[in-house]
Design a protein around this ligand. Structure first.
Ligand code: AP5
Ligand code: MG
Ligand code: ZN
Length: 214
């Protein structure tokens, strides 16, 4: 099963993608997580990506597409994968379609997690992320057991550099300009499904399972 998660920053793509990956036993591929891991490890890619991310802008397509194409060509993706944060421009979507068409494949679902802008800023200011293992929490909706400590790996949890309110506004406007057109792109491919992302997390997940099947 090959799935794309669409949705604004903070809509809950990562939250849902992790559960999908666990239930259907497919890898969760988040370009944001890959960039953050590179930043943490001080790689060249990380240095370049950070300049864009900290301003709420998209990392250029040429730094992003090859990375994802290499990742989905790995053996563990044979049974499918869930893409979180990719594609987020029309050229990225076309690169993905072309790469899959070449090997006689196509995506199965593009799931749009729909959340209005008003709800987003609140969510982001309460989000805490573990930069070690990628786990995500929320101080109200999904708190860690001990404050500031990741349940999964014990490292500290932090407010992401790009979750400051001004940067969140910029990310939202970039989303509307560059990523929202993908909703129509996947509607035309007949694989678009929408879920109401304002519901509690477990209800959103049930709605997704109803689409994907048990
Ligand atoms: P990325 O890491 O993908 O960030 P994003 O798209 O802005 O999305 P987020 O991770 O912020 O939100 P999410 O939808 O995953 O929400 P989450 O589940 O955490 O990208 C970061 C940056 O990297 C980009 O800005 C760009 O610069 C660059 N980049 C990445 N991919 C790229 C690409 N393909 N091309 C170019 N550049 C790229 O949930 C948010 C919060 O809400 C959490 O605290 C969570 O606990 C809470 N929450 C989730 N669901 C619910 C719910 N139902 N009710 C209440 N709270 C909830
Ligand atoms: Mg995410
Ligand atoms: Zn962790």
């Amino acid at each position: 099963m090959k799935i794309i998660m669409l949705g604004a920053p903070g809509a809950g793509k990562g939250t849902q993608a992790k559960q999908i990956a666990a239930k259907y036993e497919i890898p969760h591929i988040s370009t944001g997580d890959i960039f953050r891991a590179n930043i943490k490890n001080g790689t060249e890619l990380g240095k370049k990506a950070k300049e864009y991310m900290d301003q709420g802008m998209l990392v250029p397509d040429e730094l992003t597409c090859d990375l994802v194409m290499d990742r989905i060509a790995q053996d563990d993706c044979e049974r499918g994968f869930v893409l979180d944060g990719f594609p987020r421009t029309i050229p990225q979507a076309e690169a993905l379609t072309n790469a899959l068409t070449k090997i006689g494949q196509s995506m199965d679902y593009a799931i749009d997690v729909d959340v209005p802008d008003e709800n987003i800023v609140n969510r982001m200011s309460g989000r805490r992320a573990c930069l070690n293992c990628g786990a995500t929490y929320h101080i109200v909706f999904n708190p860690t057991k001990a404050e500031g400590v990741c349940d999964a790996c014990g490292n500290e949890t932090v407010l992401r550099d790009d979750d400051k309110p001004e940067t969140v506004q910029k990310r939202l406007s970039v989303y509307h300009d560059q990523t929202q057109p993908l909703i129509d792109y996947y509607k035309e491919q007949n694989i678009l499904k929408s879920v109401d992302g304002t519901k509690p997390m477990d209800e959103v997940f049930s709605d997704i399972v109803a689409i994907l099947g048990e």
